[in-house]
Structures are given as structure tokens and as C-alpha cells.
Design a protein around this ligand. Structure first.
Ligand SMILES: [Fe+2]
Ligand SMILES: [Fe+2]
Length: 545
């Protein structure tokens, strides 16, 4: 059962056994629960509330929100249930929030975001919080920290390409009722956390991008203020004109684990939850496709041409992200307590649909690392359908397209110590699902191998080809919307660990998400780590930098 805060019974006491990020401001016993500073009554309330894991999900959490204008003394109050009863909580500490502001290039609107980072939390523990500032009532939420190591199993969920539940502005951006229904369907499964595989709200194609982001977070808040919805940046998070790569809105609105590169904060990051290391990456850095072009922004962002705005950002990190990824993967494989490596990204390495297609850039830059360090699972989106692979490792003999080679043929039970399972989960809610006519018949793969001429004023056309697809284990041609759940068992009799995967799908306009596909990933405990330890080259031979 969800632990519901009871703000009407809020008690303002110092609680023991609770710690949060410095500076901690203990709340004086008997102090008023909400202090209103003079002259600020009527401040806009906190909105768009959501939580995110820190690098260590067992002890770190960030809480983020937005206000319609600058506010005074934004802060978070944190408490812990007594005896597991949410109604019996105490708010023991206040944590000041950091204010981060950006200006939307298209409209000139300033967006005020607030972030409170919590550390030294207790593992596998339910907390209650409320966010507030002077002159407005607090908004409550709850969260649960992750377990330590292999102590207990948990569930997580994932989808990409959500959009928003109703038209915003002139309705230029995608929107469907399913973008709302899927939030309830995910939340009903009570996952510990959720992975968003990029293309969050498609603000880059909207005439009202700030309102589009607001619709997105308001829609997701009924789940995301109770459990982390952890994102990967997709091509539609690139809003040209908002920062050097267009990610300034994305970067400002989230408070994600540090990656050591302040200019790319949130573009790539990692966190550990139980025995799982989750690594979120941004494939626009390596993809060939020109995926962020927006004619509306080209025609309406003031100074677009004079500022040299360019939505085509392939190669933007200059290899920085790849070097970080390799170091992260190597560290995860060295870590005895990590059994599973999960990569969350947007564009795909394999697809059997003439929609976008897979991108050769991912195969050149990232797939050799996934192979070398034994990534277990990749969740992605970009293609607006559901498809999954057999475990893959290496490439088909003689393939100059670097077509991934299957290392198994059982679609129901997969040993990920033999290869990486890739999942396309792109049915989050976009109004243009992959059409049935887009699936390659017979079952070939579709690959982007280059782009044609283009410029900041005109989109580069993609150059695609087809290839054999022996890697494809399952695809759903009929179900436009869906998400996947992942149930982790950290240790099983016989010395294995497993993740059971279920894909839930729904028809357009239907809130009924039913289980349609299920498989198990299982591998020997410790084998994956031992296999790779000491055998991984410092750099991957033949990999393109
Ligand atoms: Fe998409
Ligand atoms: Fe996309």
C-alpha cells in the first residue's frame, strides 16, 4: 500500500535516525509548521513535483519542483514514518532548495525550478516530505529509498516517447489520452522507480514549450512525486536555442546524479539500486540521424540564424561521453556487489521498422562497450512500438553494417551473461505509433547508415538500408501503446539471479493495459562479474572513438 502523508496531522518535532543534505535546519519544537514572511502572501504554489534517485539509491534522493515566479525561502521538510505508518510521521528537518532558472528561447519565458538534495538517508525506507516556500501552502509527497545490495528484490518499469495527455498551445506537438492513462497503469504496479527512455514531452516541436513541459510534469506528478521517474534525454529534448545543445530546459528541470561535466549535467549519469547499476546516456552525441530539427523553432526562435542555432549535434561531446561510459562500465564490472548493468537510452541499435530505423552511430561508438563490459539490458524508445532482441554480442561474420549477432534462440528464457537484451519500448503515448505498414516484411532490420545534405535551416534526410535481423526475438505489430515492468530476484536457489520482464499494452484511447509478452533474464550469480574481471581490455580494439 502506498504510504500517504497526512499533512493535517503534521507534527513538527525533531526526529531521531534521520539525516539529510547539509545544511540541515532542525525545526524548533513547537514552532509554527508554516512560517509566512511579510509581503509574500499569495506566492504561486509549488507545482510539477517529482523525485529522483541520487547516485546511491539507498541513501540519496533529490526532490524537484517548479513555481510560476521566483519565490522566497524554497525548502523541503523531511520526515520518516513511525512504525511504517505514514499517518504517524514527523517532519524533523528542513533542507533549503537550490533555485535554477532558464529562459525559453522561443517565448522569452523564465522558468523557476527548485531542487532539494537529500543524502545519508536510510536504505529501503519510506519517507514523507513536503515542499514549500513563503506565501504558499506546502505540497506533500513520499518516497522510498532503494535496498542495499542483494538484500531484497524490487520492481522497476520503463517506457519512452510519452508526450502529453491533451493539446497544448496550438496543438502542434503530439498528445493522446494514453499519455495520461499510462501513468496510472505504471503507478498501479507500485514500482520502486521508473525509467523514461527519452522523448519526454516533445516540447521542441511545440509553439508553447514551457506549457508542454508543465503539462508533462503535471501529468506524471501523480506517480513521480512518490517514486523516481529517471529520464534519458532523447532527440526531442533538444530544443534548439536553449543552451549549446538545446538541453537547457531538460537540464534545469531535473536534479540527476553528477557526471563530472557541469555543461552536460543530466545528459549522462548513473545510479546504483540494489545489485543493479543503471546507466543513462544520450545517443544524440553519436547518432547519424538529424532528429531534433523543428521548422517551428527555425521560423520563430528570435535570432535563430544570427545566433548560429543548429539542432544537428552529432559528436557534440567530443568523445567525453564515451570515455565516461567506458569508465562507468568498467567500474560497474569491477564492483562485486553489482550483478546487473542496465542502460537507459533513446535511439536504438536495432529495429525492424521503417519508422526511424536503428542508427549505425550507436553500433560504432557504444555497442563495442556494451559487449566488452557485459551490459545485461538496454531499454530504449524512439521507435514507437515494442520489440526485443535475443541476447546479442559481437556482429554477424563479415557484416560491414555491424549487425549484432544473436547468442541464444530461446525468446522466453535468456542468459544475459551470453549477451545483451535490447528492448524498444517506445509506445509511451505519442500520437503517431509505428504503423503496421512500417514493419519490414519479411522480418528484416532497418538501419540508418548516413544522412544527406542539410543545414540549420533544413533537416538532413536519413540514408537507410535493410539487413538480416536474426537478433529479433519478438515484436508487437498491433499494440500501439505500452510499457514494461521488471521484477528483480537478487538471489535464487541454485545460485542464480533473475529479472522477469512483462510488456503491458493498450489500444489507442484505452486505459486498460494488459500483459502481452513475458520473458525471464537469468544468470549465475557472480559469474558475470568474474567472467569480465581482469579480461576487459583498457580500450576496445577496433571501436570507433
Ligand atoms: Fe519519439
Ligand atoms: Fe526520438
Amino acid at each position: 500500500m502506498r504510504w500517504q502523508p497526512d499533512v493535517t496531522r503534521r507534527k513538527v518535532l525533531i526526529s531521531g535516525g534521520l539525516a539529510a543534505a547539509a545544511p540541515l535546519l532542525p525545526i524548533a519544537k513547537g514552532a509554527p509548521s508554516l512560517v509566512r514572511a511579510p509581503g509574500v502572501a499569495g506566492a504561486p504554489p509549488p507545482e510539477q513535483l517529482h523525485v529522483q534517485f541520487g547516485a546511491d539509491a539507498a541513501t540519496e534522493m533529490a526532490v524537484s519542483w517548479v513555481a510560476a515566479d521566483a519565490v522566497a525561502r524554497s525548502r523541503l521538510r523531511l520526515g520518516r514514518a513511525r512504525d511504517g505508518d505514514s499517518a504517524q510521521h514527523e517532519f524533523g528537518f528542513e533542507v533549503p532548495a537550490e533555485e535554477r532558472v532558464y529562459t525559453e528561447a522561443l517565448t522569452g519565458e523564465r522558468v523557476f525550478t527548485y531542487h532539494a538534495r537529500l543524502t545519508r538517508l536510510a536504505p529501503d525506507t519510506a519517507y514523507v516530505y513536503e515542499v514549500l516556500h513563503d506565501g504558499a501552502p506546502p505540497v506533500p509527497g513520499t518516497f522510498r529509498t532503494g535496498p542495499r545490495g542483494r538484500e531484497s528484490g524490487f520492481r522497476f518499469t520503463s517506457f519512452g516517447d510519452q508526450s502529453v495527455p491533451a493539446a497544448v498551445g496550438q496543438g502542434l506537438g503530439p498528445h493522446t489520452p494514453n499519455a495520461g492513462y499510462i501513468v496510472d497503469a505504471v503507478d498501479a504496479l507500485d514500482p520502486l522507480f521508473h525509467l523514461m527512455n527519452g522523448d519526454l514531452c516533445y516540447a521542441n516541436v511545440s509553439d508553447a514549450p514551457v506549457a508542454t513541459w508543465a503539462s508533462f510534469f503535471t501529468n506524471n506528478m501523480r506517480s513521480a512525486r512518490f517514486r523516481p521517474w529517471m529520464p534519458a534525454a532523447g532527440n526531442h529534448e533538444n530544443e534548439v536555442g536553449n543552451g549549446p545543445q538545446g538541453y537547457l530546459s531538460y537540464q534545469t528541470r531535473f536534479a540527476l546524479p553528477d557526471n563530472g561535466s557541469p555543461g552536460f549535467l543530466g545528459n549522462w549519469y548513473a545510479f546504483t539500486v540494489g545489485p543493479v547499476r543503471v546507466i543513462s546516456i544520450n545517443n544524440d552525441d553519436v547518432c547519424l540521424q538529424d532528429g531534433a530539427f523543428s521548422a517551428y523553432r527555425r521560423d520563430h526562435v528570435p535570432g535563430y540564424q544570427a545566433n548560429g542555432d543548429n539542432p544537428y549535434i552529432s559528436g557534440y561531446s567530443g568523445g567525453l561521453q564515451r570515455a565516461w561510459l567506458e569508465a562507468e562500465l568498467a567500474a560497474a564490472r569491477r564492483e562485486e556487489s553489482i550483478d546487473w548493468i542496465v542502460v537507459c537510452m533513446h535511439q536504438v541499435a536495432m529495429s525492424s521498422a521503417h519508422f526511424n530505423g536503428a542508427d549505425l552511430g550507436i553500433r560504432q561508438k557504444f555497442m563495442p562497450l556494451f559487449d566488452a563490459y557485459g551490459v545485461d539490458l538496454v531499454v530504449a524508445g524512439h521507435e514507437h512500438h515494442f520489440e526485443r532482441s535475443f541476447p546479442v554480442r559481437g556482429v554477424l561474420p563479415g557484416s560491414n553494417l555491424l549487425t549484432p549477432a544473436p547468442r541464444g534462440s530461446d525468446p522466453a528464457e535468456i542468459d544475459t551473461s551470453q549477451g545483451t537484451v535490447h528492448m524498444i519500448i517506445g509506445g509511451g503515448g505519442h500520437s503517431s505509433p509505428t504503423p503496421v505498414s512500417g514493419f519490414d516484411i519479411p522480418h528484416d532490420g532497418v538501419l540508418i547508415v548516413g544522412v544527406g545534405p542539410g543545414s540549420p535551416q533544413s533537416q538532413h534526410a536519413t540514408v537507410t538500408t535493410t539487413e538480416p535481423a536474426p537478433w529479433s526475438a519478438y515484436r508487437d505489430l498491433q499494440t500501439p501503446y505500452g510499457f514494461a515492468s521488471f521484477d528483480l530476484v537478487p538471489h535464487e536457489p541454485g545460485g542464480t539471479t533473475s529479472i522477469t520482464v512483462t510488456h503491458y499494452g493498450a489500444a489507442a484511447g484505452s486505459p486498460a493495459y494488459a500483459p502481452l509478452d513475458r520473458f525471464v533474464m537469468r544468470k549465475p550469480l557472480g559469474e558475470g562479474d568474474g567472467r569480465h574481471r581482469g579480461s576487459v581490455p583498457a580500450t576496445v580494439p577496433g571501436a570507433t572513438r
